[in-house]
Design a protein around this ligand. Structure first.
Ligand SMILES: [Zn+2]
Ligand SMILES: [Zn+2]
Length: 172
C-alpha cells in the first residue's frame, strides 16, 4: 500500500500511524495463513524521521527434525530512516539498503521492502520445539515420545574397538 505521509512531512503532525497487510513472498515448505499484518508509525524528531513497523505472519509448516505439523507465527521489527527522494545518492541507498525507506512526493511504498525483509529474516529451520530430539535415524521413531531401543544397542565406536581388544585378551 502507498502511504501518504505528507502530514508528517509538512510538520502538521509529529507522529503518523498506519496499519495494513502485505502479501509475503512464497517460501518452500511454508503455508501462510494470511497476508502479513503490518502495524507501524512514522515519527518526526526535529526533521529526523523514523519508521517503525511490527510485522506479524502466521504460518503452517512441518518440524525440520520430527516432521510433525507446526502452526507458528513470526514477528519482525522493521526500522528505517525516512529519506526524501533525491536526498541520497544511488550509492548511499545501495550501501545502506537496510537503513532507509524513500519518500517520493509525500508517498511511501514499503511493501516490497517488508516482503523482502520477511523472506530474509524468516527462520531457516522450523522446529516444533527448540529441544525437539527428532527422529531416530535407524528406526524412525519420534524420540519426543520416548527413547527407542536402538540407542541402547548402539555402541560408541571407540568403545567397540576397546571391546575387541578385550576380547582378544580373553582369547590369549
Ligand atoms: Zn519436532
Ligand atoms: Zn531407533
Amino acid at each position: 500500500m502507498v502511504l501518504d505521509i505528507s502530514p508528517v512531512l509538512k510538520g502538521e503532525v509529529r507522529r503518523q500511524t498506519f496499519e495494513y497487510t502485505v502479501a509475503p513472498i512464497p517460501m518452500r515448505g511454508i503455508e501462510f495463513c494470511d497476508d502479513a499484518q503490518v502495524i507501524g508509525e512514522i515519527t518526526d524528531d526535529a526533521g529526523y524521521m523514523r519508521l517503525h513497523a511490527r510485522v506479524h505472519l502466521d504460518y503452517n509448516s512441518h518440524c525440520d527434525r520430527c516432521l510433525e505439523p507446526v502452526n507458528g507465527s513470526f514477528d519482525l521489527d522493521f526500522d528505517r530512516t525516512v529519506a526524501a527522494e533525491g536526498v541520497l545518492t544511488e550509492e548511499q541507498i545501495e550501501e545502506n539498503v537496510d537503513e532507509f525507506v524513500i519518500v517520493d512526493k509525500g508517498m511511501l511504498d514499503i511493501d516490497d521492502q517488508i516482503a523482502e525483509a520477511l523472506l530474509l529474516e524468516f527462520p531457516k529451520k522450523i522446529l516444533c520445539d527448540e529441544s525437539c530430539p527428532g527422529l531416530c535415524p535407524k528406526c524412525g521413531k519420534n524420540l519426543k515420545y520416548g527413547k527407542c531401543s536402538c540407542s541402547e544397542k548402539e555402541q560408541d565406536p571407540r568403545l567397540a574397538v576397546l571391546a575387541q581388544l578385550l576380547d582378544k585378551k580373553d582369547e590369549q
